[in-house]
Design a protein. Structure first.
Length: 107
């Protein structure tokens, strides 16, 4: 079977990205995807899409990402859970692409 290799577009400062973060809780929220119960049935493992902004592209191939509340995360640019935000994301979740509202608790 023929398989086409796609090259990902490079990330640059100011790009909106979507990061699928794995979570573990007793009550998955309404945005939870790919929900799996634990073996004993007390917890659930699931993914939630986070909408972040590229703050900086680091020289070691990592990205400094900023949340809408001002928190920062360092993620590898080749992480399979990271992708560019699409126009459909912007239509579906317009409130996620608003200017930052820094929190006094941001670290």
């Amino acid at each position: 079977m023929f398989q086409r290799a796609f090259k990902r577009a490079a990330f640059k400062r100011g790009d909106w990205v979507v990061f699928c973060r794995m979570k573990h809780t007793t009550h998955p929220g309404r945005r939870a995807r790919d929900i799996h119960p634990a073996a004993n049935g007390d917890d659930y493992t699931y993914y939630v899409e986070k909408f972040w902004l590229v703050q900086d592209v680091l020289t070691n191939g990592q990205l400094l990402l900023q949340t809408r509340r001002g928190k920062q995360h360092v993620v590898d640019a080749n992480d399979p859970n990271l992708r560019h935000a699409t126009w459909l994301d912007r239509i579906r979740y317009p409130s996620r692409f608003t200017p930052f509202q820094p929190s006094e608790h941001a670290t």
